[in-house]
Each structure stands twice: as C-alpha cells, then as structure tokens.
Design a protein around this ligand. Structure first.
Ligand SMILES: C[S@@+](CC[C@H](N)C(=O)[O-])C[C@H]1O[C@@H](n2cnc3c(N)ncnc32)[C@H](O)[C@@H]1O
Length: 306
C-alpha cells in the first residue's frame, strides 16, 4: 500500500521494528483508522502552543480556541482506542492539564495528577515561579494493570552513603526501595545540546514514558504515542518489550536514528505483533468526533499553519 492508495487505506509505516510501527503522519489520520479498544496505554506529550520553535515547520502558535478544539479531538480519539482498563498518561503544563482533565473526565476515570519537577523555567508576569509539569493519569474504568514501582534508596553520588534516615525506620524498609509517589523529582530534562536527539525537540527524559509503561502494562501489551518528537516513548517501549504504535507528522528521521543507534534497527524489520489488526476501514471515528468534525475544526488547519 502507498499514500496514493486512497483515504480509507492504512498508510504505509515510516518504519517498523520487532515491537513497533511508526507513521510519519498526522496523528488524527492514523487514529481515525484505528479500531476502538485496541491499545493498552496511551502516552501523549503534545505541543503546548507556547510558540516553541520545533525547527520542523510545526506552528506552535495558533488561536487558543483552535488549539483546544484540536486537543479535544485527539484526546477523545485516544480515549476511544483504549481498551477497557487501559491507561492514558498526558503530559502538560498545569494550565493545560486542567483543560485536558475536563475532556478526559468525559470518558475516563481519574487516577493521579503526577507532579514532575521542572527546572530552568522562568516566571511570566505576575505569576508564581512555575516549578512543575503535570502528568495526568486516567484509566478506562478500573485499571487492568497496575504495577507498583519502587525507586532505589537514594545515595550520595560521591561517597555512596544513604541520604536519608527515614525517621529511624530504615531497618523496616523494603530492600527493593521506596514506593514511587505522585511527585517525581528526577525527571527534569537535560537541557544541554549534547543530550538532545534533535535540535528544537524537548524530548522527555526516557524515565517518564518508561515509568508510565511499567505502571500500566505487561510485556506484549500495546502502547500508543501520537506525538513522536525525539522518540523517547518508542525507545522505552522497545526496551521494555511492549509493542508500540507511533505517529510524528514533521520529522521522523531522528526517531529512526535513535532506534537504530539503540537497537541496531534495520529497515523493514518485521513487527512480531499483528499491528494490521488494530486498524479498520469502517469504524473510522466515534460519534462525538463526527459531531466535532461537523462543527468545522480540522487538525490540519491547526498543525499546518505557517
Ligand atoms: C513535545 S514533542 C514530543 C516529544 C516526545 N515526547 C519526546 O520525548 O521525544 C511534540 C511533537 O508532536 C509533533 N506533532 C505536532 N502535531 C502533530 C500531529 N498532528 N500529528 C503527529 N505529530 C505531531 C511535533 O512535530 C513534535 O515533534
């Protein structure tokens, strides 16, 4: 199949690995072709419409109403493709997270607002200094998988000694470490250029999607990330032996390079899971989305403005 095959055909992937399939396409195009309830976890780190230069042609400044209407579309689509019990993690600024949460509430059940410390931000106007981002965690009903994660007990980088005494209860603590909380302090991005896969993309520290995947899936489950960026979710999924579907509209080359470097990926590696089965030609969109469509908001008008 190729791009000229017509609107109802599933697009040819940009790359495939043993565990994953990446489309260089608009996430809404691919989402619209996916069957309902086929994905175990969605992880999304969208553009925030803050005027960021992604150096790939993406216009990150559109009218706020237009941006939010576009977000509503892909959020509802992601809810639709989630299996019962599936998890949806959505990374956002607190200001956007409160809006996104309202949309997710329509379909899903709240689990957590995970606060991730954010260094290197700056205060705007008469506001407090922003020091965290939100990772919203919702599930479609009761979670199908919930793995409790533990973090190793913190030690000094120099002398190796433990940093805390845990109120004198250290001896009673689990040898595998402390329970992961909803406040993550080790997730600030590396700002230095040499750590970046692609100039302009603020790729997340891999530990963020990695934890989301570990919390909510088992090996062999399917993870979907609509906003590929530098490919951190796909690398995390690959590493953890979860199957994955991804989309990146503008510049997928860097994702390929990243996966090649880390997994000696070679072109056209056959996925070991039945990814075609996730797609359909009939049930392209749910009724809510069709209604939004009729109201005249299109993803393309948002993402292709220049
Ligand atoms: C914040 S970045 C994601 C970074 C990623 N989480 C990582 O850690 O590498 C958002 C990405 O979404 C892409 N994008 C924007 N609109 C899109 C669309 N409609 N479909 C697919 N990707 C899109 C942008 O090009 C950008 O690379």
């Amino acid at each position: 199949m190729d791009d000229s095959a017509g609107d109802d055909q599933v697009k040819q992937p940009f790359l495939t690995t043993h565990h994953g399939v990446l489309y260089d396409a608009d996430c809404l195009d691919i989402l619209g072709r996916m069957r309902p309830e086929v994905v175990d976890t969605v992880f999304a780190d969208p553009p925030f419409n803050l005027g960021k230069d992604y150096k790939n042609g993406y216009n990150d400044t559109v009218a706020r109403a237009e941006y939010l209407a576009w977000c509503r579309k892909w959020i509802l689509e992601c809810c639709r493709i989630l299996k019962p019990g599936g998890a949806f993690f959505l990374y956002a600024t607190p200001e956007l997270a409160v809006r996104f949460a309202q949309i997710m509430e329509e379909r899903l059940k709240f689990r957590h607002w995970i606060a991730l410390t954010m260094k290197g931000t700056y205060p705007r106007g008469n506001k407090l200094y922003p020091a965290h981002y939100a990772l919203l965690y919702y599930t479609k009903g009761t979670p199908r998988v919930f793995n409790k994660l533990r973090l190793p007990i913190e030690t000094c980088r120099h002398c190796g000694k433990e940093l805390r005494d845990y109120g004198g209860h250290r001896d009673k603590m689990n040898s595998e470490g402390v329970n992961l909380t909803d406040f993550w302090v080790d997730t600030s991005p590396n700002r230095h250029k040499k750590f970046k896969v692609r100039p302009g993309v603020n790729e997340l520290k891999m530990v963020i999607p990695e934890r989301a995947i570990l919390i909510s899936t088992k090996p062999g489950d399917v993870v979907f990330d609509p906003f590929g960026g530098g490919g951190s979710t796909y690398q995390a999924a690959e590493k953890l032996h979860r199957n994955w579907i991804g989309t990146e509209l503008y510049d997928s080359i860097h994702i390929r390079e990243r996966l090649k470097e880390n997994y000696s990926l070679f072109p056209a590696q056959e996925p070991r899971f039945e990814f075609e089965g996730l797609f359909t030609h009939e049930d392209k969109q749910d009724p809510v989305l069709r209604r939004i469509e009729r109201q005249g908001v299109s993803a393309r008008t948002v993402t292709h403005l220049s």
